[in-house]
Design a protein around this ligand. Structure first.
Ligand SMILES: [Zn+2]
Length: 143
């Protein structure tokens, strides 16, 4: 356990307890692993900017809370944005945040104060253990 805990070659991977889908690699890796990217693209089929129809497979995967500000590579912090909207998000004066417990909805606030909410087409099933489940501390997931 000591050898594994201190080794640089290991990466923590959080998977969905029922489906085995990759949900997070935390701060271990900036680049979105293929399985997690696939899930992000399944959840939102197009760019998550208001009115944009660019297919997700042609988008960049945005870290809603930027990596350099402590953001993680996990489903609750990722969404597809086309190159143009990704640039606008970071340099256009817009405020963009993922709405907590919304299943990946993004709230965009324009520099002029207008608010837009963009919801993904699909929701990833939420796993919540039963209250009497003794594995609660191990099985609790933020989804
Ligand atoms: Zn776009």
């Amino acid at each position: 356990r000591e050898l594994c805990g201190g080794a640089d070659g290991w990466m923590r991977v959080l998977t969905h307890p029922e489906t085995g889908m990759v949900l997070s690699v935390g701060r271990d890796q900036y680049r979105t692993p293929a399985a997690l990217r696939q899930l992000v693209e399944w959840r939102a089929a197009t760019c998550m900017a208001p009115g944009c129809g660019t297919p997700a497979r042609r988008c960049q995967i945005d870290h809603q809370l930027a990596w350099e500000h402590g953001g993680t590579t996990e489903l609750t912090n990722l969404g597809p944005l086309c190159v143009g909207h990704h640039t606008i998000k970071h340099h256009g004066g817009w405020c963009v945040r993922q709405i907590p417990d919304s299943g990946g909805a993004l709230e965009w606030k324009s520099p002029g104060g207008r608010r837009f909410v963009v919801r993904p087409e699909r929701k990833v099933p939420v796993f919540r253990p039963a209250p009497d489940d003794d594995r609660t501390s191990e099985a609790t997931a933020p989804f």
